[in-house]
Design a binder for this molecule. Structure first.
Ligand SMILES: [Zn+2]
Length: 443
């Protein structure tokens, strides 16, 4: 069916003033000012109240943490002790609780205009071995596009690591399950709804063999690699003390300095490391809300981009951001980066570019993140009807500047998944009630 999304209030696309035509899962035409679609359309959607964006792409999250937002166990603690305190809460996770946490995260993201999400799932206590399978089932049921990352933690406290024994797996188990989920779920084709990436929590959290063999598996299956990197200054102190090397050197030794890799946070690099990351084509996911929440520093986006590093955005875990809102992530990034570089150096369009094209590139995708013929029909449509937008002149810049946070319509692969601000096929009230009840087990 050919659908004309007609006469938008504004659209983030070139020569598409009269809208776009969607056929099946793809955008087939941009309709320029003074023109009509080249072929007859079967249906028309009047977008005259809507600002149309490419669907936002969230390149880093921990869905299970939606059950432990604003949790008192971590309040007032710095990053590492916070993580230690929260891991003792998260190790109670059951398959049923995980399923409802994932559903809530996906719905929350979608309502904020997100159409593709990467979830860094690294929690596999006994009983939760099939966490990735549950995630794929939930994404498919909701029609969300995902890069599901098979995370891992492999060095526990008894071996001198930071994680409790209960959530750590041995290297063989991690690698065998990584291969299993790649074979089962990874779809490298254009238009794929599910892809799998391999994602040890950080190069400091697993034995080197998990890093090197993950890189080999990723090569074999044409998949991507992901980890946390250089989030705090403590990290490199620990890396040098424990491994005799800095984090980026560990990454290089494991064969991860490649265009397959994107890292989360990426704050504390030296000049030489920034140049090496750029030359290798490694991408960085900027996580403004979590970085502000923990006061760990500000991602050097300008220096990284100048070196050739792609910047994308994510919301990070729902226990460190306490929210899974991608439009808010755009605003947070714009404000934080302006704090670092000044008003003239970072524009609302830069932040939107990071959240769309940038994040898409981090996930290795050239079929999403832009509105153009041949791209997937992943769209976020927002109205400017709330008081906060009244009087706004630049309708696209108004979204991050005035604080947009909820989409009116969201389309994924040509299908409406949010209509009138509500998720299709989901009883939102019932979902919140179930999620709240599940969260009581983590109090
Ligand atoms: Zn994270």
């Amino acid at each position: 069916m050919r659908l004309w999304i007609k006469d938008p209030l504004a659209i983030l696309a070139a020569r598409a003033e009269r809208g776009i035509v969607v056929d099946g899962a793809e955008i087939v035409e941009c309709v320029a000012r003074g023109h009509s679609p080249a072929e007859r359309c079967d249906a028309t959607f009047d977008a005259s109240r809507h600002v149309v964006l490419p669907g936002l792409v969230n390149a880093h999250h921990h869905f299970y943490q939606t059950l432990t937002r604003a949790h008192p166990a971590g309040e007032g603690l710095e990053l590492v002790p916070w993580l230690a305190a929260m891991e003792r809460v998260w190790d109670r996770m059951t398959p049923e609780a995980l399923r409802i946490a994932i559903r809530m995260a996906l719905v929350e993201l979608m309502l904020s205009g997100c159409t593709t999400a990467a979830d860094h799932h690294n929690l596999f206590p006994p009983g939760l071995e099939n966490a990735i399978d549950i995630e794929v089932e939930e994404a498919r049921a909701l029609g969300m596009r995902m890069t599901v990352t098979r995370g891992s933690m492999g060095i526990s406290q008894k071996d001198g690591g930071l994680q409790p024994d209960s959530i750590v797996q041995d290297s063989d188990t991690i690698l065998e399950d990584s291969e299993r989920v790649l074979r089962l779920f990874h779809d490298p084709r254009r238009g794929a709804m599910i892809r799998v990436a391999l994602a040890p929590c950080s190069p400091l959290a697993v034995p080197i063999r998990v890093m090197t063999d993950s890189a080999k598996l990723a090569e074999l299956h044409d998949a991507r690699l992901h980890c946390h990197l250089c989030q705090s200054t403590d990290e490199d102190v620990y890396a040098v003390q424990t491994f005799g090397k800095r984090s980026v050197d560990l990454l290089e030794e494991a064969g991860w300095l490649s265009p397959r890799t994107w890292v989360a946070h990426g704050i504390h690099f030296n000049e030489d490391e920034i140049a090496r990351l750029g030359q290798a084509g490694v991408g960085v996911c900027h996580l403004a809300a979590a970085d502000m929440a923990f006061g760990v520093g500000i991602c050097p986006t300008k220096e990284l981009e100048a070196a050739g590093v792609t910047i994308g955005l994510g919301v990070d875990g729902a226990a460190s951001n306490d929210s899974s809102n991608m439009m808010e992530a755009v605003r947070h990034s714009l404000m934080l980066q302006r704090l670092r570089y000044g008003h003239a150096s970072v524009s609302p369009h830069d932040a939107l570019r990071w959240a769309t094209e940038g994040s898409a590139r981090l996930l290795g995708r050239d079929d999403i993140g832009r509105i153009a013929p041949g791209m997937q029909a992943d769209l976020a449509l927002l109205t400017l009807d709330e008081p906060r937008f009244s009087g706004a002149q630049d309708r696209i810049a108004a979204l991050p500047l005035c604080g947009a946070h909820r989409a009116d319509r969201v389309m994924v692969a040509g299908r409406w998944r949010v209509i009138d601000g509500m998720p299709e096929g989901v009883d939102l009230e019932a979902l919140i009630a179930r999620h709240r009840a599940a969260a009581r087990a983590f109090a």
